[in-house]
Design a binder for this molecule. Structure first.
Ligand SMILES: Nc1nc2c(ncn2[C@@H]2O[C@H](COP(=O)(O)OP(=O)(O)OP(=O)(O)O)[C@@H](O)[C@H]2O)c(=O)[nH]1
Ligand SMILES: [Mg+2]
Length: 305
């Protein structure tokens, strides 16, 4: 397959095409995965999350340029919760990130639409495409928390949480769960007032946890803290390598279960549509001659016989 040769060379067109296949064409996607799988799994995944408008895309744009100068070959995937509605956010990210695109970094938005699990699946496999194409690290941008179905910290080897002093609810967000996931916490937009207060608050909530995360101020506008951030990431990429192997074993187990359960669900769904027991108890339920739990139990028992 020509596509694979071009992929291996890291050609943009081939990567874009393959990720589209991964997102839209299950059958083709399986064929490609079969061919590349052995040569994947060797990149460090950096998840960058935080409230909307924290400056994640802007920060990534500058940081990847710095990381490139430090000798790495980063790629970026942005999980986009709004793209299926307007397409606007994709364009916004493209524009904001155009600088790093020019420098040879691969950047793409992937939509967060779709059935449960579909986003995780396309994300996992898009990561594999980029690994096969020689990118390392692979940076995933997602809005946190709870706004996409993907829990970024489950996929990432390094998790970065970005705050900014501009949004009044930052402290609430910190309390609301982002405290447990980060290896690095960034207070971005440090050119704005309120930065020190926010930094102290983050330090308070996070600083004395056992994991001892890094807390850092950055300003994309003033270009401060960016190089430091890039260097910390580069060092962390090395130190996380040994944990990655172990984590990947667990991730593969989760993925395999996910695939099997999904396959079974689809099969059973088909079966139910033509199942006599199912239609019998459905009718009883619809006339209120049975309650939903009892009907469900009876059908399940008959299916598992
Ligand atoms: N003053 C100031 N503004 C910044 C800084 N970094 C980013 N911004 C601005 O903040 C706004 C949001 O930036 P984005 O990079 O799109 O933020 P984001 O977190 O990616 O946003 P979503 O992807 O929508 O969640 C833009 O108008 C940026 O220009 C900074 O360091 N200082
Ligand atoms: Mg963004």
């Amino acid at each position: 397959m020509n596509l694979l040769v071009d992929l291996k060379k890291g050609k943009r067109g081939a990567i874009a095409k393959t990720i589209s296949i991964i997102e839209n064409d299950q059958k083709e996607a399986k064929k490609i995965l079969k061919k590349i799988f052995k040569n994947t799994g060797n990149s460090i995944i950096i998840g960058i999350t935080g409230p909307a408008g924290a400056g994640k895309s802007s920060l990534i744009n500058k940081t990847v340029i710095a990381m490139k100068k430090l000798g790495t070959k980063p790629a970026v995937l942005a999980i986009d919760p709004t793209s299926h509605i307007t397409g606007g956010a994709i364009l916004g990210d493209r524009v904001r990130m155009s600088e790093s695109t020019d420098s040879g970094t691969y950047i793409r938005s992937i939509a967060s639409r779709g059935a449960t699990g579909a986003v995780s699946r396309s994300l996992r496999n898009s990561i594999r495409i980029l690994e096969y194409s020689g990118f390392n690290p692979i940076i995933i941008e997602s809005v946190g928390a709870g706004q996409t179905e993907v829990e970024i910290s489950n996929i990432a080897d390094i998790t970065v949480v970005v705050f900014n002093p501009n949004t009044g609810d930052s402290i609430q967000t910190i309390k609301a769960g982002l405290t447990e996931i980060g290896d690095i916490y960034i207070v971005n937009k440090s050119d704005l007032s309120g930065t020190n207060q926010l930094f102290d608050a983050v330090l308070d909530f996070i600083g004395d946890s056992e994991r001892n995360p890094v807390i850092l101020k950055t300003s994309v506008k003033k270009n401060s803290g960016i190089l430091e951030f890039a260097k910390i990431l580069k060092d962390m990429m090395d130190s996380k390598k040994k944990f990655k192997k172990e984590k990947d074993l667990e991730r593969l187990e989760v993925e395999l279960k996910d695939i099997v359960l999904n396959n079974i669900k689809e099969k059973i769904d088909d079966m139910l549509n033509s199942d006599k027991v199912f239609s019998k108890y459905l009718k009883k339920l619809q006339t209120k001659d049975i309650d939903p739990f009892e009907a469900g139990d009876k059908i399940t028992k008959s299916l598992l016989k």
